[in-house]
Write a protein that binds this ligand. Structure first.
Ligand code: FAD
Length: 499
């Protein structure tokens, strides 16, 4: 018998729990009872500090004003990620958000650049990426309307994840989400169909519901510990399994981008916020000891460390079913991909959107559950492949870690994409994949995967016209850039402080 869904219980109050609660309150607050359970004693992971552009829309949908958001979360602007020492030591490139140049008709800009490169006319593609040019010049501003045919800059944020969860909590509870603080000691299953009926708190009280969203983090309290859903382990492709994280005083450039610096057995992140800089060293414990990893991190800070470094352990992979019976796993309870492309918080956002479009009414429909699980699987796998590409396409062979990454067998779909790009300079992808062709192109080129050919449509211009077109795009970018304030001035204007 199908049970109508009237009460939704969210287990966990980290970024995933409060994002889910705030979004549900906004759209389902009048039709459903919403209840969130969290334990302050257990705490949250709370190191997710870099995001990607769709979060701008998420905040907008929730009615959160962007300036308020930046003030309350100590936020800064992110235009992309700089990858240092990934392809080779001493080399750096940017994976920036937004467009590359501008298309001509149906032909993407990068095809014209590939033709120019084949003719020996141009070697530096980064000067055609508006976000990269602005990021390297440490500039950002809101362009009400671009002064040229270029698209406006595309941005995301760096922020303090704990402060964001607090902001969302205020929003969600103001809209009627009930909050219970305390530790869950057991999950109560229905003897008939094995669905979750309630979670039992340490004081013996129960929180009952019809649908449960498991946002309990790595432990997967409901999805794994109660339902035994199973985990698909991807550590043979993504061997990094630990991270040291530490905040430090601000120092160096106030960059509107994240920096990822490859190290001997992993990589280090640098994320500037208003009040501090977030740092972390993600590494593979099979290749490097904890002490060595910590000392590399502490030796590469811009300013004084503001806390003791914190060790986090994880395994790359995903839950075999994100939706099992009446439990939907969102956030770290659903899976983990290292933060190289800042995708975890986005995966939370997209799981929420998917759930909202399939929100069950008169009971849970097996076909919709299967559809949800299939879409989640594809989304995870395509992001996984994009992350693996950074490790696979490298010339580094200075440590056993990099030698193994370089020679590892990659998933078939990624191998196909690499071959295809090398042959044609094109990326054929699914329509609703997160990373667009422009992202793949930047990482392919940045990691030294250079195509042999280009799209013949790029031959529509004569050589002289091609040179003029490239010069025109460079001039447009320069023109747009000249009107932008520095990132420091932009944030100071919002926060009322000096950076
Ligand atoms: P958690 O933060 O672990 O929250 C779990 C919640 O469940 C807590 O409230 C806890 O109290 C509650 N809970 C658990 N058990 C019980 C119980 N028995 N009773 C009651 N409550 C319970 N993401 C990005 O997008 N960008 C990044 O730059 C980024 N960097 C990261 C770096 C590292 C090293 C790691 C590990 C992750 C990073 N992430 C990043 C991921 C990001 O931190 C998480 O996706 C995000 O914080 C969501 O976490 P969560 O809410 O699922 O889990």
């Amino acid at each position: 018998m199908r049970k109508p869904i009237r009460t939704i219980v969210i287990v966990g109050g980290g970024t995933a729990g409060w994002m889910s609660a705030a979004a549900l309150a906004r759209v389902a607050g009048k039709t459903h009872r919403l209840h969130l359970v969290e334990s302050e004693e257990i705490g949250t992971v709370g190191v997710g500090e870099a995001t990607i552009p769709p979060l701008v829309t998420f905040n907008r949908v929730l009615g959160i004003n962007e300036d308020d958001f930046l003030r309350e979360t100590q936020g800064t602007i992110k235009l992309g990620i700089e990858f240092k020492d990934w392809w080779r030591r001493g080399h750096r490139y940017m994976h920036a958000f937004g467009a590359i140049g501008r298309p001509l008709g149906l032909t993407p800009f990068h095809q014209f650049w590939l033709r120019a490169r084949a003719l020996g006319l141009d070697g530096d593609w980064e000067q055609y990426v508006p976000n990269t040019v602005a990021a390297r010049a440490l500039r950002y501003g809101r362009q009400q309307r671009p002064r040229t045919p270029l698209e406006p800059l595309t941005h995301a944020f760096h922020f303090d994840a704990g402060l964001y969860a607090a902001l969302l909590r205020r929003h969600a509870t103001a809209q009627g989400v009930k909050r219970t603080e305390g530790r869950i000691r057991r999950t109560v299953l229905n003897a008939f169909d094995g669905h979750v009926e309630a979670v039992e708190m340490e004081d013996g009280s129960r929180v009952a519901g019809d649908l449960f969203i498991d946002c309990s983090g790595f432990r997967g309290l409901l999805i794994e510990q109660a339902l035994g859903t199973g985990f698909e382990d991807w550590s043979h492709w993504l061997p990094c399994d630990r991270a040291w994280a530490v905040p430090c005083a601000n120092g160096g450039d106030f960059t509107p981008y994240t920096r990822s610096t490859a190290q001997g057995a992993g990589w280090q992140w640098r994320i500037p916020l208003q009040h501090r800089t977030g740092n972390g060293h993600v590494y593979a414990s099979r290749y490097m000891g904890d002490d060595e990893a910590a000392s590399i991190l502490m030796g590469n800070l811009d300013g004084e460390g503001l806390a003791e470094p914190r060790l986090l352990r994880f395994t790359a992979g995903r839950r075999r079913q994100m939706w099992n019976r009446n439990v939907v796993a969102i956030g770290l309870a659903g899976g983990f991909l290292e933060p190289l492309e800042s995708t975890s918080i986005h995966l939370v956002q997209s799981a929420i959107s998917r759930l909202l479009t399939m929100l069950p009414n008169e009971g849970i429909d097996a076909e919709e559950v299967a559809d949800f699980n299939e879409k989640s699987r594809l989304e995870y796998e395509r992001i996984r492949d994009f992350i693996i590409l950074h490790y696979k396409a490298t010339e580094r062979d200075d440590t056993p870690f990099w030698r193994d990454c370089r020679h590892m067998a990659v998933p078939d779909e990624l191998a196909r994409r690499m071959r295809h790009f090398q042959a044609h300079g094109r990326v054929s992808r699914l329509y609703d994949e997160l990373f667009l062709e422009v992202s793949w192109v930047q990482v392919f080129l940045g990691q030294g995967v250079l195509p042999r050919g280009y799209n013949p449509l790029a031959d529509q211009l004569t050589e002289k016209e091609l040179v003029a077109f490239l010069a025109e795009v460079r001039a447009m970018i320069g023109h747009e850039l000249s009107a932008l304030p520095t990132h420091a001035d932009f944030i100071a204007g919002i926060a009322g402080a000096v950076f």
